[in-house]
Write a protein that binds this ligand. Structure first.
Ligand SMILES: Nc1ncnc2c1ncn2[C@@H]1O[C@H](COP(=O)(O)OP(=O)(O)O)[C@@H](O)[C@H]1O
Ligand SMILES: O=C(COP(=O)(O)O)[C@H](O)[C@H](O)COP(=O)(O)O
Length: 326
């Protein structure tokens, strides 16, 4: 029996988890994807949190044991009865029955905080926009969609900072890919459509071979709109791929070709003529976002999910072959 492939998307509040989740589900086909938001595993509702003086980021404020149990069940293809937290009302609603599709995307604040949970994912992504950009996104989203005033959101960010530092940001070390959308030259007012992306690629999963981009194009890797280099992240060596929002279609096509050429399903998606929607996604405040950095990020993550599917199926075939031999 095939099991679902599980993608984790972890990051602080308003880091862009829901937006990226939507974009990847769109590429994989929404009918193939089950989305789980781990905010549903909050232990206390909004009123209780305020009374107790605990933030939603604290592990004690979440049923992480049940979250982990559900992840293991989903990984083996079993259904779960998932709690439901409403960001609209700040309270809980009746639980819902969920049977996993071919792909499961699990997005939330504390998805990598326990060893058992980490072991459940096939691909782990951590979202890390610069803090001023995240604050801007959070103010916009929480004032428009969650009924908070700007002052309340800014106060909440200050209150949450110690927990962000202690419990959220350290989870970056467990990810296979760290995604940071960032404005060029610290210009916060730059329109979101022109954000660059920095992708930190850890050697924990095999990435497409991007080294050929260094030797192609204008030859000046450092000044090019697409840059590949080596760095360290949380003390460990990593590859870093950066794509500027103003990269040209020709430059981006080369990169997309590398990602798409050995993944048959992706080939159709990569063709911009038949798929003009590539890299387009509806943000959680209703805006339409579309950019080459977003398209490449979606493609790379989808590539890894499809690869995980192939590996998993290959593994099964080998097991069957061995069983036949015995
Ligand atoms: N890649 C992106 N480019 C531009 N804006 C973004 C991007 N990701 C998120 N945003 C903005 O940030 C807001 C918060 O994002 P959201 O996906 O709701 O965060 P999270 O699910 O992590 O809390 C969105 O409403 C959108 O305005
Ligand atoms: O930090 C988050 C997580 O959501 P996200 O990652 O989408 O920001 C929310 O503030 C809590 O879930 C509480 O929700 P609320 O503030 O609605 O009570």
């Amino acid at each position: 029996m095939t099991r679902p492939i599980i993608l984790g998307i972890v990051g602080d509040s308003a880091a862009g988890k829901t937006t990226l989740t939507r974009g990847i589900a769109q590429v994989l086909g929404p009918e193939n994807v089950t989305i789980i938001c781990t905010d549903d595993y909050h232990r206390y509702d909004r009123k209780q949190r305020a009374e107790i003086g605990i933030t939603a980021l604290h592990p004690d404020c979440n049923y992480l044991d049940i979250m982990q149990q559900h992840l293991s069940q989903l990984r083996t293809g079993q259904p779960i009865l998932k709690p439901v937290y409403s960001h609209k009302t700040g309270s809980f609603e009746p639980p819902i029955y969920i049977k996993p599709n071919k792909f499961v995307i699990v997005e939330g604040l504390l998805g990598y905080s326990t060893r058992g949970a980490r072991d459940s994912y096939d691909v782990k992504v951590y979202l890390a926009p610069p803090e001023p950009l995240r604050a801007k996104w959070k103010v916009k989203r929480d004032t428009q969609k969650r009924g908070y005033s700007e002052e309340q959101v800014l106060d909440e960010l200050t209150k949450r900072e110690p927990d962000s530092e202690q419990f959220i940001r350290p989870q970056r070390q467990w990810s296979d890919i760290v995604v940071s959308f960032y404005p060029p030259s610290d210009d916060m007012d730059e329109s979101n459509g022109h954000l660059n992306v920095r992708l930190i690629l850890r050697p924990t999963i095999p990435h497409p071979d991007f080294t050929q981009i260094i030797y192609s194009g204008d030859g000046a890797n450092l000044t090019s709109a697409i840059r590949l280099g080596l760095d360290r992240d949380m003390g460990k060596p990593v590859d870093v791929l950066e794509v500027d929002g103003h990269a040209t279609l020709e430059q981006v096509n080369k990169l997309e070709h590398i990602i798409c050429s050995d993944m048959p399903y992706l080939r159709n998606i990569c063709d911009r003529e038949s798929n003009p929607e590539l890299g387009k996604v509806a943000g959680t405040t209703g805006e339409t976002l579309q950019s080459y950095p977003l398209a490449l990020t979606q493609l790379l993550i989808t590539y890894h999910m499809l690869r995980a599917t192939q590996n998993h199926q290959l593994g099964e075939t080998q097991v069957v072959e061995q069983l036949v031999k015995i």
